[in-house]
Design a protein around this ligand. Structure first.
Ligand SMILES: [Zn+2]
Ligand SMILES: [Zn+2]
Length: 376
């Protein structure tokens, strides 16, 4: 005999909070006792209120979804204006305005977000890491639990606005008497005054502290990546919910590798003779020392790819590549014997007066880069 509150509001089971609120407001306007005083309508009005009270609260909604009774039997469900009832939403339904301006405002406000910069080296950003971060933040005052009032005392109802949080004023104008209201100057709109502030937090409800938090930084983040840690920011005034903490990643430049996305690029210089005859190099990659084969006849600008030796892809499997750009060094300062040998070689190859090959612009560079990506 559990009620189906989704049916009561006429929304789908997977309706968003926004859809639920809209459906509720539409029905509340239709069924409000001031509009429609007959008993059947009033009964229905109570039901939509109960449905909204449950479905607008994620915890109660989950309980309802699992077939439980979020009211725990007490109050029988159609409680209407219970303690947790979102009165402001009904004001919204009628006046179409945010009712925040009406009635006393809460002392509790959401805490601010905070951002801290985290410097990582390439191996840390590429493969992920765990960091202990020290953050200066505000936490709930344990003495007053956020209320701001000294132990054993309570905020007193403001005697200027009598708890309303606003004061009204009647002024005469050519339209006649006009009533305006403004936030109460004595209590600042809170409707209450803290006469004996908590000594620990001076009435703010929170204290500043230095906290150490351990965070896991996922593999594949890069310079400028923001990581959101929900609820790790500072607690709000008056015991309000905490804001979020954002980590901004700053990547330290690597002495050898330049990172482009998930790929790493570097340049290796080899002598002309080694490029012609082929050679083998030892290179320190992020995975340790690797043997690199330079094939005989390697050209300057050619790219030697090491597949899957780049950084880890963020939130994906697989890694980028490591691309080694070869730069062939032409020998300089030849001694007599070396020059003799080179002249001999150019004679043997018929290269004493080479015509040269002309190619448009950067074409050669780009096609070689493409070859490297295609695995040739
Ligand atoms: Zn306190
Ligand atoms: Zn006041």
């Amino acid at each position: 005999m559990a009620k189906d509150y989704y049916a009561t509001l006429g929304v789908r089971r997977e309706a968003s909070q926004d859809e639920i609120k809209k459906a509720y407001r539409r029905l509340a306007r239709e069924l409000h006792p001031d509009v429609n005083p007959d008993p059947a309508t009033q009964e229905r009005f109570k039901e939509i209120n109960a449905a909204y009270e449950v479905l607008s609260d994620p915890q109660k909604r989950q309980m309802h979804d699992m077939g439980g009774d979020p009211f725990g039997g007490a109050g029988g469900g159609a409680g209407g204006f219970g303690a947790g009832f979102p009165f402001s939403d009904i004001m919204d339904a009628f006046f179409g305005t945010a009712s925040a301006a009406r009635g006393p405002r809460s002392r509790a406000r959401r805490g601010r977000n905070a951002t801290i910069r985290v410097e990582l080296d390439l191996a840390e950003s590429g493969f992920g890491t765990t960091r202990e971060l020290v953050v200066d933040t505000a936490i709930l005052c344990e003495v007053c639990q956020g209320s701001g009032a000294a132990a054993g005392t309570h905020p007193d109802t403001c005697d200027m606005c009598h708890g309303r949080g606003e004061v009204s004023q009647v002024t005469r104008s050519f339209l006649g008497q006009v009533m305006t209201s403004r936030p109460c100057p004595q209590c600042g709109g809170f409707g209450s005054v803290i006469r004996h502030p908590c000594q620990e937090c001076s009435g703010d409800g929170r204290v500043r502290t230095r906290r150490t938090i351990k965070v896991r930084i996922p593999a594949g983040v890069e310079d400028g990546t923001h990581i959101q840690l929900a609820g790790e920011g500072e607690v709000g005034p008056g015991g309000g919910p905490p804001g979020d903490l954002f980590l901004e990643i700053v990547e330290r430049p690597h002495p050898t590798f330049e990172r482009r996305g998930d790929d790493l690029h570097c340049t290796v210089q080899i002598p002309m003779t080694a490029a012609a005859l082929g050679t083998s190099l030892t290179m320190e990659t992020l995975d340790g020392a690797e043997q690199i084969d330079v094939r005989p006849g390697t050209q300057s600008g050619q790219v030697i790819p090491l597949y899957a030796r780049g950084v880890q892809r963020l939130n994906e499997t697989g890694r980028g590549d490591l691309l080694i750009h070869v730069s062939v060094e032409t020998p300089m300062k030849l001694d007599v014997e070396q020059e003799e040998l080179l002249r001999k070689l150019s004679q043997l190859r018929g290269e004493e007066r080479p015509p040269g090959k002309f190619a448009p612009g950067q074409q050669g560079f780009f096609s070689r880069l493409k070859d490297a990506f295609n695995g040739r």
